[in-house]
Design a protein around this ligand. Sequence first.
Ligand SMILES: [Fe+2]
Length: 300
Amino acid sequence: MADVRKQLSENVKGEFFVDSTCINCDVCRQLAPETFGEADDFSYVYAQPQTDEQWRRALRALLACPTGSIGTLGTNNSKQVINDFPIQIENEVYYCGFNSPKSYGGNSYFIKHADGNWLIDSPKFLPHLVRKFEEVGGLKYIFLTHRDDVAEAHRYATKFNAKRIIHRFELSSQPASEIVIDGDKPVQLFPEFLTIPTSGHTKGHCVLLYKNYFLFTGDHLWWSRKRNSLSASEEVCWYSWPDQIKSMEKLLQFRFERVLPGHGQRMQLSSHEMHQHLTHLVARMKSSHDVDNDKSWSDD
Ligand SMILES: [Fe+2]
């Protein structure tokens, strides 16, 4: 719950405010970019919402904020939009919302699938999401991109008797995981679901390619609003930047049209455009050990 006594002086006057507990995870700027901006190391309200749709998006950001750092001066109307979550991205793929502080506000996703539903990384464990998942048949698989974003996956796994999928090198973060990926070669988990080990950000980081269209990228790859291009960052690479470059090059053999990251901006482009951006990113990564301004996923 945001504290008005801690509200940042950078906020413009009006109903919405951000307080000093903000961790600059970028979630509010992804959900309501016309309201929330970045200053130094935090988000703030740079323009109060005007239209009904802007209000709706600002309230969604309030609910999704992992640290509860967004507040309103008047009545909290966020209950009006709680049923927006999970938010549909395209067809059977959704963004869960309710980002967890345990994953530094990482995004998690949901796939409604005829052979059993999937969760990709974990949001907060909340009755609202549990109910929403129950209404559409629960969860069968929980794909974990890497150790940072497991959050409360164990609670969802227990609640739904779901199988967690994670690479062996990340297993210590979720030791009871039921399906363990080994090695550095792509693994066809099920028809339409291919996991591609992408060592770099962490040693056992994996991405998930669904239908050769949706690529769930964890913290390996994201869209940068500042660069208007695909991006990665040595600054938030915890294991091996040379390995991350090799893993990025490996992705060039695959086709996809949507990048759905843990941190950073989501993006949809034609597979041809996506491939061009990826080619440029690989070249940029190879030409410099530091991808110049790509300081972090929130750097826009
Ligand atoms: Fe991470």
